[in-house]
Structures are given as C-alpha cells and as structure tokens.
Design a protein around this ligand. Structure first.
Ligand code: NAD
Length: 478
C-alpha cells in the first residue's frame, strides 16, 4: 500500500480525478489517499499561494502527489501553485510523453512518439525580475551546473530504461553562450557516459520547426525550462489533443503527477471532459511507486478503449470514432477493458519501469576566480553615447579604464552606429588596465565617484575569469 496525496482541483478537476481514481482502483492499485484542498477556493480565502500550510505537510509526508488542474484567479498577487510546488519540492524533472494514436485520434503526425524532458526549477522561471529605468525591465536567466547535470542525466537514464535510441538537446547557445552554453556543454559531457544512446544538439529555433514538422525525427528531447514549457505543449497538441497527455514532475524525494491541460471551467460539471490526460499522469505515478503491473494493465485497457472508438467530445470524429461518451462512461469503458490489450496500437510492457535512482550532485572543486572588471549599469536620459562616455570616464581609477558602453547589449561606444536605437539603460564596462590587478574596493570607489558626479547607477555585475577563462559576454559588435 502506498499513501498518496490527491487534490481534485477546480473546473473539470473533480470529475476527471474521480474517473481516474475509479479506473486505477479497479485495476488493483494499492493506494491509500489523503485528500487536500488546493486552488481557487484556497486562493480566494486569502491564501495567495493557493494552498494551506497543513496541506504542505501532507504532501511532504506522503511524497507522492496526484493533482488535478486548478484555476488560478485572474488579477495580480496570486502565485502559480504549479511553479511553487515544483520549486519548493525540488521537482527538477518534468517528463511529458507525447504519442500519436493514429488512426484512432486525428493527427497530422501518425508515427510520433517522443518524450520531452524539461528542466523544471530554474532558467527564466527563477522569477527574479526588476524594473531598472523608466524604459527597461529585466528578468534574470539563471542556469546552474547542478541543474543541468541533474536534468540531462535524468534524460539519458530515462532513455536507457525505456530503450529509447536517441537524446536530443535544444538550446540557443549561439546567442546565450554562458547560460545555454553551459546546458549544451554539460549535455556533451554526460552524453559521453552513454555510448549506446545516440545524441545530438539542435539550435532551438530550427529544432522547434523540425519538431512541429517532422516529430518522428526525435525520440527523447531535453531542454531548459522555458523552451520545454512551450514545446511540450506544441508536442502534445500535434499528437491530436492536449487532453491526452500527462506529465510527471520528479524530484530527489517527492514527485507530482498531473494532466498537462488546465481546469477547462466552461466544461465543468457537465460530465463531458476527457480524463485521459490525468489518467496518463496516474499511470506514470503507478510506475513511480513500483506498481508497474497495474500501470501496464491500465495503459493497455486505455489504448484498447481509444482503439474501440469510445471517445469523449474533444477527440470525437465522425468516421473514426464509434461511440461518443462522457467522463463517467469513458471510465467505465476503460474498466471494462482491464485485462485486454489493443490490437492495432502497440500494447505496452512496463516490466522494469521503476522510479529512476540517480546519484546526488557532487559539488566540484571551486575554480580560481579572478576579478577582471565590472559592468556598471546607468540610468541616463541622454541620447549621445560619446557624451555619456565623457561623463563616466570621470569615474576611472588609476588601474581601471572604461572599455565599452552598450545599450541593450549592442556596443554604442566606442565607434557605435548613429542608427542604433538607444533606451535610457546603459551598460558601462570598466576593466583593469593590462597588467593591473583589480579589487572589489575599486568597484566601491567607482560607485562612490558616481554618486559625487550625479550619475544614476542602477546595478553592477562583476566580470570574472574562472581558471583563466573570461566568463562574461562581449558587447554585440565588439
Ligand atoms: P485549458 O487547458 O483548461 O483549456 C483549453 C481548451 O481545452 C478548452 O477549450 C477546454 O475546454 C479544452 N480542454 C482542456 N482539457 C480538456 C479535457 N480534459 N477534456 C476536454 N476538453 C479539454 O486552458 P485554459 O482555458 O487556458 O485555462 C483554464 C484554467 O486552467 C486557467 O485558470 C488556468 O490558469 C488553469 N490552468 C491550470 C493548469 C494546471 O493546474 N496544471 C494548467 C494550465 C492552465
């Protein structure tokens, strides 16, 4: 018996959760359920996280959480419960299988069978944002080595366990050489440990185009958080319906399983919603808790039901579909098919589909770090970069020189183009002169002088070399 936490959520949530639980219990799932309340009611009761503190205790005690979709109320102040849960519980890996069910569910991509493994904790979803000037806001994109190692190793271990042939990595490291560059570098390092699994890297833009056009060219795809968020929805949609996909959020201790779609409030309470997405999440949960025999039985019965043409409204098509059903009847049909296998669709065998047990991240020996300069960001209303250069050159110390000014990353001084559009947000790069050593106190001096000269500094970024390699981007056009 495994004790799990269940949240029935909002909108169609309670109906699809009841259907899912009926099916897995009928298949013999050995689970005990603690139900918690999350979502709209909890938000509107004045809890901006959408969850009460006692509910966290239940989730953390049971460690396995099956969650129906929730409605996040419109308007400011409400935090996404999904993002909070993933980050609080360290659910670093979001696994989303996307498979076509041709010819039973209409799709342009009949032989698609891919799994997207999305990094779930960092990237732009760190949610660290600031307004810095009248005209410019920023969002910090944080990518860490532990974050990359954990998710990329997960993707390869998953591929190995599932007998998948290839792992593809998507990044935009031709532009973001530090952040996406690290993700790609770690991918290449870890890929070497799996010589029997093919590996490849695509730049995300052309990779995404290829995925939407020729998904059969891919198998497992691993990517940073934002790209994974967008492309996993694209991938699910092109199999025929977002209503059919589930996802697993896996951490070192806890895990959460869900459908990928939302709470579809317009369909709530009408017994019409398709419970398949949540059921797919529940099947991943059963594998995760070591009940693969039950998972396999449910998946084969579900495939048979789809194959029988027993379809909810979202996938119902005259011609291919045979019987239009609601949520409850769909669940009853799956239950009636337990023990059977599909004949045209490939049946599944989950003989060794246990939870992956990955090694814990080990911190590396720290590199030798040398301060080479500082970027001082300035809020300035002027338009002429030469004028700003003269102003900030007054800040130069004895061993430190202004080396460049950029505006939104593009070099505007020295030798800028008059055509370049400039905002009120300027990055002034100061570097140690050749042969001079720079210290943090030099930065303090620069900032103090800026106050004296009435220059509005808004932030600084230290420029470091790690083990002798300068680790910061150049100005575009530098
Ligand atoms: P949605 O996924 O709820 O609905 C999109 C469309 O798909 C609608 O036409 C809907 O009727 C249909 N649909 C979705 N699931 C279906 C199912 N199982 N069966 C049949 N049809 C289905 O997306 P939305 O309308 O953008 O969002 C509604 C609410 O859900 C919002 O409050 C949003 O914040 C929330 N949401 C929650 C989650 C989650 O909890 N994981 C995820 C996404 C959106």
């Amino acid at each position: 018996m495994t004790r799990i936490t269940v949240a029935k959520g909002d909108g169609i949530g309670p109906e699809i959760m009841d259907a899912t639980l009926d099916i897995i219990k009928a298949a013999g799932a050995k689970i005990e359920i603690d139900e918690i309340e999350v979502g709209e009611k909890v938000y509107l009761a004045g809890n901006p996280a959408g969850i009460a503190p006692e509910a966290w205790d239940t989730i953390r005690n049971n460690k396995v959480f099956l969650k129906a979709p929730i409605t996040t109320p419109q308007g400011g102040g409400y935090k996404s419960l999904n993002v909070t849960t993933r980050k609080f519980l360290g659910l670093y890996s979001n696994v989303r299988p996307c498979m076509s069910l041709h010819p039973f569910v209409k799709t342009k991509h009949p032989i698609m069978d891919i799994v997207i493994v999305r990094e779930n904790e960092e990237d732009l979803y760190a949610g660290i944002e600031h307004q810095q000037t009248d005209e410019v806001v920023q969002c910090l994109k944080l990518i860490s080595r532990p974050g990359c190692e954990k998710i990329i190793r997960y993707a390869f271990e998953y591929a190995k366990q599932q007998n998948r042939k290839k792992v593809t990595c998507f990044t935009k490291d031709n532009i973001m050489k530090q952040t996406d560059g690290l993700f790609h570098k770690v991918f290449d390092e870890i890929a070497k440990e799996y010589p029997n699994i093919e590996n490849e890297h695509w730049i995300i833009d052309i990779g995404a185009a290829k995925l939407a056009d020729t998904p059969e060219a891919f198998d497992v795809i691993v990517m940073p958080n934002l790209y994974g968020d967008v492309l996993s929805d694209v991938a699910a949609q092109i199999t025929g319906s977002v209503g059919l996909a589930g996802s697993a959020n896996i951490g070192e201790e806890c895990s959460m399983f869900e459908a990928i779609h939302g709470s579809a409030p317009k369909r709530a309470g009408q017994d019409v919603a398709n419970p398949s997405g949540l059921l797919q999440g529940a099947i991943m949960m059963l594998n995760h808790i070591g009940q693969s025999d039950v998972a396999e039985k449910v998946q084969n019965a579900w495939l048979k039901t789809i194959e029988d043409g027993t379809h909810t409204y979202d996938i119902f098509k005259e011609g291919t579909s045979k019987k239009a059903v609601g949520t409850k009847e769909f669940a009853q049909c799956v239950i009636a098919n337990l023990g059977q296998k599909p004949s045209l669709l490939k049946s599944v065998s989950y003989a060794n589909n246990l939870a992956l047990n990955l090694p814990k991240y080990k911190r590396k020996t720290p590199a030798t770090k040398k301060l080479e300069g500082v970027d001082i960001f300035v809020h300035w209303q002027g338009t002429e970069p030469n004028e700003l250069a003269q102003k900030v050159q007054q800040l130069e110390g004895k061993g430190i020189k202004l080396s460049m000014i950029t505006n939104r990353g593009i070099k505007v001084w020295p030798d800028g183009f008059k055509e370049t559009f400039c905002t009120d947000h300027w990055r002034c790069r100061f570097k140690a002169k050749d042969g001079e050593q720079m210290y943090k106190t030099d930065i303090l001096e620069l900032l103090e002088k800026a106050i004296e000269e009435d220059i509005d500094t808004i932030k600084t970024e230290n420029l470091y070399a790690f083990d002798g390699v300068s680790a910061y981007s150049l100005g575009q056009g530098q």
